[in-house]
Design a binder for this molecule. Structure first.
Ligand code: GUN
Length: 299
């Protein structure tokens, strides 16, 4: 049974993220000691979405634990786009702020892409700015979106060189699916992006040596869709209300079924999830070094 597995199939993102945060803390201590530079991350939260509040608190805590400066700006759910753009202009001009993250989703009256594109691309630690998306697509020096970068790090740690492998990404969002496909292409995989209109999705998935699920639909990817020995990366975090009890967290992959077939698989929770904030911290250190004209640490 998977929970007590000793067959090495589980890809432990929680442990990997802990080690990465340790390396980040060392790099930050070094930047402070040798250059008097303390990387700073600012998070902007509009409204009171409970899930967003949990994420923002967690980001702040881990930023401080890594030795970096952390600040938060909270605006009411009624805030206008103009107010938010004024705040972003102020943060763009603040030399102590190396990374700016605007927590998504934003309230309906605000156009998300306009806000993201108002962030200085050098401070866009989410990697969502159109300039960073373009740089990623053309092999430039981008800030790379955190969740797909975390997936790539887990894959390279597991498999080493990915070149020539068949990768199937299920999901085409700007936040995960599209940048994931770009990163896998950059690692010389043969990449297929599947989505809700894909014909015979099970057959497409069965081609994959690397299967990345980022659709946001609980347990949609079945065990019979997984090629024996494939590496399965589950980006989904879906809350299932089991009536009364605490909600159960499940991924986009039917875990027990896929586990039986896969060569390696990320659990939910404890797989991709913990990587996102760790890579955000990494991006903040990289952004601070680039802004200060210093060599980037190897993280
Ligand atoms: N909301 C859910 N995931 C993310 C993320 O990675 N970045 C931001 N800014 N908001 C999110």
């Amino acid at each position: 049974m998977s929970a007590t597995a000793t067959d090495g199939k589980i890809i432990d993102g929680k442990a990997f993220a802990t080690r990465l945060r340790g390396r980040i803390a060392s790099a930050v201590a070094d930047l402070k000691a040798r250059h008097g530079l303390t990387p700073g991350l600012t998070v902007v939260l509009v409204g009171e979405d409970p899930a967003s509040q949990v994420y923002v608190r967690s980001k702040g805590k881990q930023t401080v634990e890594a030795g970096m400066n952390s600040s938060e700006h909270k605006l009411p759910a009624s805030a206008s786009q103009a107010e938010l753009l004024t705040l972003i202009a102020r943060l763009n001009a603040d030399p102590k702020v190396h990374g700016i993250l605007v927590q998504l989703p934003l309230p309906k009256q605000i156009d998300e892409q306009s806000v993201i594109n108002a962030i200085d691309p050098a401070k866009d630690v989410d990697g969502f700015h159109v300039v960073n998306a373009g740089r990623l697509a053309t092999g430039g020096k981008a800030m790379v979106p955190c969740t797909p970068m975390g997936c790539l790090m887990l894959l390279q740690d597991r498999l080493g060189d990915l070149s020539g492998l068949e990768a199937v990404v299920v999901g085409r969002s700007n936040i995960v699916g599209k940048p994931m496909a770009q990163l896998l292409l950059g690692a010389s995989c043969t990449v297929t992006v599947a989505h809700s209109r894909t014909r015979d999705l099970p057959a497409v998935c069965r081609r994959a040596d690397i299967l990345v699920a980022a659709v946001g639909r609980p347990e949609m990817i079945r065990g019979a869709w997984v090629k024996p020995g494939a590496t399965v990366i589950d980006v989904g975090i879906n809350r299932i209300d089991a009536g009364g009890d605490k909600p159960r967290l499940v991924g986009d992959v039917a875990y027990d079924e896929a586990y039986a077939v896969a060569g390696g698989i990320t659990p939910v929770p404890g797989g991709v999830g913990p990587m996102t904030i760790a890579v955000l911290l990494r991006n903040t250190v990289i952004a601070a070094c680039r802004q200060a004209g210093l060599a980037e640490p190897d993280l």
